[in-house]
Design a protein around this ligand. Structure first.
Ligand SMILES: [Zn+2]
Length: 292
């Protein structure tokens, strides 16, 4: 049985006891694959096409206002996935994003697993963003991609700020899956299939999972961030087109004003911000290193 428990948050309760899992799409409103996956799954439960054998499943459209606007946040520069931090969650919410973060964090705090579906604004192969250990791998093994980006030093937000970081600190297992570029809707059914395999593997849905191939994934770690200053930032050459573009040690990545930013390691750029999302004092791009 599926029940709407608040705006764009539905709860499905299984027949038997089992894990509590949260599936999130549209935490960023313009990242449409996750939105479509959550909507399709909600439809299937509503119409009896799927049945939850065990556990509790929350299907959440993260940021309804931003989904309606088809933009990252409910207003310019608002970012729900930077709100899952204690100083926001312990205070009375002041913005729409903070209010949503409060509602969603309450559910995440009760959950064992969260799967948060995202997409990138610039071209990128699909990749996972989460901690790397056995518990996380048991969940993310079902997502078809060849790399994981970990952030053990909280370079992304300076502290725990995302849904996966929040649930990890609460003792759960959080993963974020970047499905590809935000405008690409060709992978909806494939991603839905990956999510279903997680549910089957967890015993929540009856069925059989395919045999996994055992080819390892490359592991990257976030190392540093380039913030936008008054001096401005521009890339050197053709860099800046999308996540996982490579650079080598000693290479000039770009310029802060006239000052070159020289790579201190062989690595890749990740999450290069499109101009309309660049904000003074905030990251324009992150640098990551392949560690495995
Ligand atoms: Zn996102």
């Amino acid at each position: 049985m599926i029940e709407a428990i608040s705006e764009s948050i539905a709860k499905v309760v299984g027949e038997q006891k089992g894990p509590t899992v949260v599936l999130l799409g549209g935490i960023h409103g313009n990242e449409r694959t996750g939105v479509e996956v959550v909507k399709k799954l909600a439809y299937q439960f509503e119409h009896g096409e799927k049945k939850l054998a065990s556990g509790v499943l929350y299907l959440i459209l993260g940021n309804p206002k931003a989904i309606e606007r088809n933009t990252r946040g409910s207003e310019d520069h608002a970012d729900l996935n930077r709100c899952f931090k204690y100083d926001v969650l312990e205070r009375v919410p002041e913005t729409y994003e903070q209010t949503r973060a409060h509602e969603i964090a309450k559910i995440l705090a009760t959950a064992d697993i969260s799967i948060d579906l995202h997409a990138t604004n610039k071209p990128s192969v699909p990749f996972l963003c989460c901690a790397v250990d056995e518990a996380h791998e048991k969940i993310y093994q079902w997502f078809d991609c060849d790399r994981v980006l970990a952030d053990p030093r909280y370079i992304l937000g300076g502290e725990s700020v995302t849904t996966d970081e929040f649930i990890d600190l609460q003792g759960g297992v959080g993963i974020c899956y970047e499905t590809g570029q935000s405008t690409d809707l060709t992978r909806v059914d494939e991603v839905l299939g990956d999510v279903m395999n997680v549910f089957i593997d967890q015993g929540m849905i009856d069925g059989f999972v395919p045999t996994r191939n055992t080819i390892g994934r490359s592991i990257y770690e976030l190392m540093s961030v380039i913030n936008l200053t008054d001096a401005g930032f521009r890339y050197e050459g053709t860099l800046g087109g999308g996540s996982f573009e490579e650079f080598t040690i000693g290479q000039t990545i770009g310029y802060v004003g006239d000052e070159p930013v020289v790579a201190e390691f062989d690595g890749v750029i990740v999450f290069p911000k499109i101009p309309e999302l660049q904000t003074l004092g905030k990251p324009v791009v992150y640098l990551a290193k392949k560690i495995k």
